[in-house]
Design a protein around this ligand. Structure first.
Ligand code: SF4
Length: 692
C-alpha cells in the first residue's frame, strides 16, 4: 500500500514476515516514509499474528539502522581475532574468496564447509543459492542439528513427520500441558490461544525445570529435574493404564506396539518417577488423573525437552500420550511440537542436490563444530577443514563447548568468510566479513513450525550501505567462480531472489499472486490430523515401537535415558545447569540491540536460595561457574525461578559481552542426543562459587 500524505511525503506499508527462529512466524507490516523504515508492526489481518509482535521484533528498525551494522565488505589485516579489518570493494572480496575456495576445492572440495542455521528461516536467504553453490563445489555437507533434530526425528519415528495440532484449536482445549516451553517468551502467539482457553475454563499445566514467566501464569507447575521428562511421561502412562483411562478402540486401530509400551510403562509407577524427576508423587498422580479424564486434552511441547542425552526418547514418550487417551479424535486434543512437515516447498528445486552428481561428500555435524575444526584430518574423518563459510549463524557464541569452537575459528590456517549484519563473536574471527541485508531489505518466502500459513517477505527499503542478500552474495560468488570453473556459469546460478521465491512454491497449491497481494496464504490442512489415524509412518499408525529406530540401532520403544552429566555423579559438580534463552534475546540475535540488552541487564545465573546460601552467595554477587571444560563469570540472580540443585544460565550472550569473555556455552559439552544427533545444552553439571 502506498500513498502521499498531505505534506507530500511518500508513505508505504510493506508486507513481510518475521525471519527469526520462533514458531510464530509473524506477518509484518513495515511503515516506510520517504524510503526510511519507521516502524515494524504485526499484521492485524493475519490470524496468528493478530497485529501483535514480541518486544524483540518490535525494535526491528533499531536493529536495521544500528550504528554498528557492517555496511561494506571487510578484510582482515591484522592477526586473527585482533579486530583489525579494512573496507574493501565487493569485487576485491568476491574475487579473492572465489580464488581461495577454488584452490582448496581443486585438491579437496570437502575441506570447504558451509555453516548456517536459522538466523533467518527464509527458504531463499537460508537454503537456496547457497546450497547450489556448495553442491556444485562438492563441499562437505552440514548436519543441521543444533536446535531441533532430536525432537524432529523423534516425531518422524512416531507420527511420520513434523505434524500435529493446529495451533488455533488450543483455544478450545480443556486441559493444556505446556511442556518444556516458556511460551510467553518464545511462543507468544500460542500463548494467546492458551489464554483464551484459560478464560473459557481450561486448566493450564506447565512442566519445566525452570519456574518461567509462563509457569507463573499456569494453574500448576511441575518443577522437574532437567532430562527427566520421559520418566514423567512413562509414569503418566502407568496411571492411564492402571486406572483404565484409555481409548482402547483408538489404540487398537491406530497404534503399533501397544503391548510392548504397556509392559514398559508398568515399570514406571509414579513413586519411581517422582524420585527420578524430583517431584511430589501426588502431583504426578493428579496430572495423570486430569489428563486421563479430560476430553480435549492438548500438549504443547517445545524443543527444550530434547536438549539432553535422552531428548529424542523423551519426545517419543510424550508423543505417545495423545494416542493412549484418543485425544486426537478432537481438533482441540493432541500434541504440537512442530508443524513444519505440512509445507509443500520445492526444496530440491531451490537447493539442487543433483549438482553433486556422483559425489557423496562427508557430512559434518554442526553441533560438534569445535571438534571438527580442531581435527587434523584422518581416513575416517576426511580432510582437515581448510575453509568455512558462515551465514545465518554465530557458532562461536551458540555452539557447545565454545572455547573449542573459538580455538578452531582462531586457527591461522583456516580461511573464514562470514556473512553478517554485525561484528559477532564469529565475525571477529573471520578473514572476510560480507555485509548481509536484514529482512527489511530483501525478498524471502517462509513456512512456519508453529502454524500453517505461507508468508512472503517483500523488501521494504533499499539495502543499507553496500549490503547484499545472502542469495545475491552466493550468486555473485558463483559469477567469480565461473571464471575458474565453467560449471558455475550455468543459468541456475543466475536466478534472482524474487524468482527463487516463486520457485519455492511453483507447481504447488500455494498461489504466489495471493502472496503478493495479502502477504500470506493458508494451507488446506485437516482440523484434526489423526482423528482417524492416518499417521505418515511406514505402518500408517502411531508407532510406539519403531522398526526404523531399531534399524538405526536405537531402542525401538521409548524409555527414560539419564543425562550424561547427572548432578553429583562427580562430587565436584553438584549442580545441573540449563541455559534457556533470555526473554529479550532470540538465541544470540538481538544481544547488541541496546534497548533489549538494557532490559536483560547482564549475564545472570539463577539459583535456588538454599544453593546460594550454602555457598554464601547473595543476589547480584559475581560468580564463577565452572566444570572441567571451563569457567564462566556472571552474576547471581536469586529470584525464585531455579529449583534446588539446578541453576539457570540465561542465554545467549555474546562471549565478548561476558565478564571474562565467555558465555554459558563455555560449560556445555559436545556429546549428542540419543536420536537426531543433537546437542545436549541442558545436560550439564557445574559448580558455582562467589568471586572475591
Ligand atoms: S520472534 Fe516470534 S513472536 Fe517475535 S515477531 Fe518474530 S515470529 Fe513473532
Amino acid at each position: 500500500m502506498q500513498y502521499h500524505n498531505n505534506t507530500t511525503h511518500h508513505v508505504s506499508a510493506v508486507k513481510g514476515a518475521c525471519p527469526h527462529d520462533c514458531p510464530d512466524t509473524c506477518a509484518l507490516i513495515t511503515t516506510v516514509i520517504d524510503g526510511v523504515a519507521t516502524k515494524v508492526s504485526g499484521n492485524a489481518d493475519h490470524l496468528f499474528t493478530g497485529g501483535v509482535l514480541c518486544a524483540k521484533v518490535s525494535k526491528y528498525t533499531e536493529r536495521t539502522y544500528h550504528a554498528e551494522r557492517v555496511l561494506k565488505p571487510l578484510k582482515r589485516v591484522g592477526p586473527k581475532g585482533g579486530g583489525q579489518f579494512v573496507e574493501v570493494t565487493w569485487d576485491e572480496a568476491l574475487t579473492d574468496i572465489a580464488t581461495r575456495l577454488h584452490r582448496i576445492a581443486t585438491h579437496a572440495p570437502e575441506a570447504v564447509l558451509p555453516y548456517s542455521y536459522a538466523g533467518t528461516m527464509g527458504m531463499v536467504q537460508g537454503e537456496s543459492m547457497d546450497r547450489r553453490f556448495f553442491h556444485q563445489l562438492g563441499a562437505s555437507l552440514l548436519d543441521r542439528t543444533i536446535c531441533s533434530s532430536a525432537g524432529g526425528e523423534a516425531l518422524l519415528h512416531t507420527y511420520g513427520g513434523k505434524l500435529g495440532m493446529r495451533v488455533e484449536f488450543f483455544a478450545e482445549s480443556r486441559l493444556i500441558l505446556i511442556w518444556g516451553s516458556n511460551s510467553i517468551g518464545s511462543n507468544l502467539h500460542f500463548w494467546r490461544f492458551a489464554q483464551e482457553a484459560k478464560r473459557n475454563g481450561a486448566r493450564l499445566v506447565c512442566i519445566d525445570p525452570r519456574k518461567s514467566e509462563t509457569a507463573d501464569k499456569c494453574h500448576e507447575h511441575l518443577h522437574l529435574l532437567p532430562g527427566t521428562d520421559a520418566a514423567l511421561a512413562l509414569a503418566l502412562m502407568h496411571e492411564l493404564i492402571t486406572n483404565d483411562w484409555l481409548d482402547h478402540d483408538y489404540i487398537a486401530r491406530h497404534t503399533l506396539g501397544w503391548e510392548e509400551l504397556k509392559e514398559r510403562a508398568l515399570q514406571w509407577p509414579p513413586e519411581r518417577a517422582a524420585e527420578v524427576c524430583g517431584l511430589p508423587v501426588e502431583q504426578i498422580r493428579q496430572l495423570a488423573r486430569d489428563y486421563g479424564t479430560t476430553p480435549q486434552a492438548a500438549i504443547r511441547v517445545n524443543y527444550g525437552v530434547q536438549r539432553a542425552r535422552g531428548g529424542g526418547n523423551a519426545i517419543r514418550a510424550i508423543a505417545c500420550l495423545p494416542a493412549l487417551v484418543g485425544a486426537w479424535r478432537h481438533r482441540a486434543g493432541g500434541l504440537l511440537l512442530s508443524s513444519s512437515g505440512i509445507y509443500p516447498f520445492r526444496r530440491a528445486d531451490l537447493q539442487r542436490p543433483d549438482l553433486l552428481g556422483k559425489r557423496r561428500p562427508r557430512t559434518i555435524n554442526m553441533s560438534t563444530i569445535g571438534d571438527a575444526l580442531l581435527h587434523p584430518g584422518a581416513a575416517d574423518f576426511g580432510p582437515r577443514v581448510e575453509a568455512i563459510v558462515v551465514y545465518n549463524s554465530n557458532p562461536v557464541a551458540v555452539a557447545p563447548e565454545s572455547h573449542k569452537v573459538a580455538k578452531g575459528f582462531a586457527r591461522d590456517d583456516l580461511f573464514t568468510v562470514v556473512l553478517e549484519h554485525f561484528m559477532t563473536d564469529t565475525a571477529d574471527l573471520a578473514d572476510y566479513v560480507l555485509p548481509a541485508t536484514t529482512q527489511l531489505e530483501h525478498w524471502d518466502i517462509h513456512g512456519s513450525y508453529g502454524h500453517s500459513d505461507v508468508l512472503l517477505n517483500r523488501p521494504a527499503i533499499a539495502p543499507e550501505g553496500e549490503a547484499r542478500s545472502n542469495a545475491r552474495i552466493f550468486r555473485d560468488l558463483a559469477k567469480r567462480m565461473a571464471v575458474l570453473d565453467p560449471a558455475f556459469a550455468a543459468p541456475h546460478f543466475q536466478d534472482d531472489d524474487e524468482a527463487l521465491c516463486r520457485a519455492a512454491v511453483a507447481g504447488t497449491n500455494v498461489d504466489f499472486d495471493q502472496l503478493l497481494v495479502h502477504g500470506f496464504a493458508s494451507l488446506a490442512v485437516p482440523e484434526a490430523p489423526f482423528a482417524d489415524g492416518g499417521f505418515q509412518t511406514p505402518s500408517g499408525k502411531c508407532e510406539f515401537t519403531s522398526a526404523s529406530l531399531a534399524a538405526l540401532g536405537v531402542n525401538p520403544l521409548p524409555d527414560h535415558i539419564p543425562n550424561y552429566e547427572l548432578p553429583n555423579a562427580d562430587a565436584r559438580y553438584p549442580l545441573a545447569m540449563i541455559s534457556p534463552p533470555a526473554r529479550n534475546f532470540l538465541n544470540s540475535t538481538f544481544v547488541n540491540v541496546k534497548s533489549l540488552r538494557n532490559s536483560e541487564g547482564r549475564p545472570l545465573l539463577e539459583m535456588h536460595p538454599d544453593d546460594a546460601a550454602s555457598r554464601a552467595i547473595a543476589d547480584g554477587d559475581l560468580l564463577r561457574v565452572h566444570n572441567a571444560r571451563g569457567e564462566h563469570v556472571c552474576h547471581a540472580s536469586i529470584n525464585g525461578r531455579a529449583r534446588k540443585g539446578v541453576v539457570v544460565g540465561l542465554g545467549i550472550w555474546w562471549r565478548k559481552n561476558g565478564e571474562n569473555g565467555t558465555n554459558v556455552n563455555e560449560l556445555t559439552h559436545q556429546q549428542l542426543t540419543d536420536i537426531g544427533r543433537g546437542p545436549c545444552f541442558y545436560d550439564c553439571a557445574v559448580e558455582v562459587e562467589k568471586m572475591a
